[in-house]
Design a protein around this ligand. Structure first.
Ligand code: ADP
Ligand code: ZN
Length: 519
């Protein structure tokens, strides 16, 4: 006899204090209670933990929880212990005396849940010692870490596949908040979950009102405007660097906004104090780097502004997901530019990882900017990215509201692409635009003799800048670093050909088009 869902609900109420299961929890728990493995993709805050905690408490034996984050493990174990659950952790931070005590509880069959890191678990002596203890289940948290296609690949996760043979009788539960199709396939293959059930929750966050705009000029002026237009409420502003977070917070404070900076460069005590202030305030603006976020659960965050764009669509969803936790409307506003994308690629180039990983990460960067600069419903684009099917437009993002008007710029794009082709990738953006406009300091230069010289009178320099950015976002052009003086070259050849032939249209965001544009 398997434990029943009613018993599980009883624990949910008594131990965790929640009245009912939410979303897919009941289904995932049923699977585990009956001893079957499963893959569950639930959004952050969706309540993944009880999906394995409750079955581990109800089934006989020890429940192993593999988690990559030691800091989070300590929190979880402390919370569980407080609720009266027999839980412990074994990681590199645990003192020898506590270790010995935990082992004796394991061996006496007293523990329901044991939290371990993947590298800790897979040590031969650890596996050997654990092999004498019957397991109720094995939960693999943050399972996307097993995949190179995911955004934080952890090579040590690869070893976890072996658990399938070592513990053929223990159901294995892989849970994650982020897994596109490719990542899910990888999880199933690597963790040997081929035939198991897969539960993918909807990633819809109907309370989030999304928008994205290109940065205009340098500096923080636009961010200041956005924050000042939203008084008497709390928000988070993500900045790309510590320095930028400090400066922006200072500028906001001088303008009278209750802003605090938060980043990893600050003293631990200062961070804790600011976090507490933010959590308690009715009105506060946290200007932070991505160091801010883990475990931040403030229900009434009314907006998240990215002063600099996030690193990927996964990061985007997670970061703006901190707004509107109370279910009331909240905004996610992202500022981005071609320079940000170029910088993301440069940073990726500097990383010492396999070419294959680089390709995947590069594609993720492109997908992010295609979404930000795209002309499809933003919420729908993100949800499709996460593998949801049949997603309807949200009806409230800037795209759905028609705030992003476009005009057909296919012809202008053809001109820009041919100019880049003729110039053989020898020009940076500024000179390329001068070329299209027919401006040159030296009329005898080779470029003045090219047929593309001066063909671009229909747009102003600003209009061309926007179009070139868009072609970069779309991958039709690419920027080569060239020691900090980037040169523009042609991008994906097949796609460029389609534009030449008129088989692919290029839509330019309106507003990008200067009013004085001549035809
Ligand atoms: P995740 O790991 O998916 O981000 P957690 O497991 O930490 O989410 O749960 C997020 C929050 O939701 C926690 O505060 C948890 O207590 C709460 N929660 C979980 N399940 C339920 C439920 N069935 N009803 C209400 N709240 C729940
Ligand atoms: Zn929309």
């Amino acid at each position: 006899m398997h434990p029943s869902l009613d018993q599980a609900r009883e624990i949910l109420r008594r131990t965790f204090g929640h009245a009912e299961f939410r979303g897919l929890q009941a289904q995932v728990i049923t699977e585990a209670l009956e001893g079957r493995s499963a893959l569950a993709v639930l959004p952050t805050g969706g309540g993944k933990s009880v999906c394995y905690q409750i079955p581990a408490m109800l089934r006989p034996g020890l429940g192993l929880v593999v988690s990559p984050l030691i800091a989070l493990m300590a929190d979880q174990v402390a919370g569980l212990t407080q609720s009266g659950v027999a839980a412990a952790r074994l990681d590199s931070n645990v003192e020898p005396r506590e270790r010995a005590e935990t082992w004796s509880r394991i061996e006496a069959g007293e523990l329901d849940l044991l939290y371990v890191s993947p590298e800790g678990l897979m040590q031969p002596w650890m596996l050997e010692r654990l092999s004498r203890t019957p397991l109720s289940l094995i939960a693999i948290d943050e399972a996307h870490c097993v995949s190179q296609w995911g955004h934080d690949f952890r090579p040590e996760y690869r070893m976890l596949g072996r658990l399938a043979e070592m513990y053929p009788d223990a159901p294995r539960l892989a849970v994650t908040a982020t897994a596109d199709n490719r990542t899910r396939e990888d999880i199933r293959a690597e963790l040997r979950l081929k035939d198991c059930a897969e539960f993918v929750a909807s990633f819809a966050r109907p309370e989030l009102i999304l928008s994205a705009e290109r940065k205009r000029g340098a500096g923080h002026k636009r961010v200041m405007e956005l924050v000042q237009a939203r008084p008497n409420r709390s928000g988070v502003v993500y900045a790309g660097s510590r320095d930028s977070a400090d400066k922006l917070a200072e500028a906001l404070r001088q303008a009278g906004a209750p802003a605090l900076a938060y980043h990893a460069g600050l003293d631990k005590a200062v961070r804790a104090e600011r976090l507490e202030k933010f959590l308690e305030a009715d009105e506060a603006v946290m200007v932070a780097t991505i160091a801010f976020g883990m475990g931040v659960d403030k229900p009434d965050v009314r907006y998240v502004i990215h002063a600099d764009p996030p690193g990927s669509i996964e990061a985007y969803w997670q970061e703006i997901g901190r707004a509107g936790r109370d279910g009331e409307p909240a905004e996610g506003i992202t500022l981005y530019g071609a320079a940000d994308m170029a910088w993301a690629f440069r940073r990726l180039d500097g990383r010492e990882v396999d070419d294959e990983v680089k390709q995947v990460q590069g594609r993720k960067i492109r997908q992010l900017y295609a979404m930000l600069d795209g002309t499809a419903c933003r919420a729908a684009a993100v949800r499709r990215y996460f593998g949801e099917e049949g997603v309807a437009p949200c009806g409230q993002c800037d795209v759905c509201l028609g705030q992003i008007e476009t005009l057909d710029a296919t012809q202008a794009a053809q001109k820009a692409l041919s100019a880049v082709h003729r110039l053989g990738g020898r020009f940076g953006r500024g000179r390329l635009i001068d070329h299209l406009l027919g401006k040159t300091k030296d009329p005898s230069a080779f470029e003045a003799g090219l047929s593309t010289f001066g063909v671009g009178q229909e747009l102003s320099a600003d209009g061309w800048r926007d179009l070139v950015d868009q072609l970069l976002f779309d991958g039709l052009l690419r920027e080569d670093p060239n020691d900090g003086r980037p040169l523009i070259g042609l991008g994906d050849a097949a796609e460029v050909r389609k534009v030449y032939r008129g088989e692919r249209e290029v839509a330019l965001r309106k507003g990008a088009e200067p009013k004085e544009a001549r035809r």
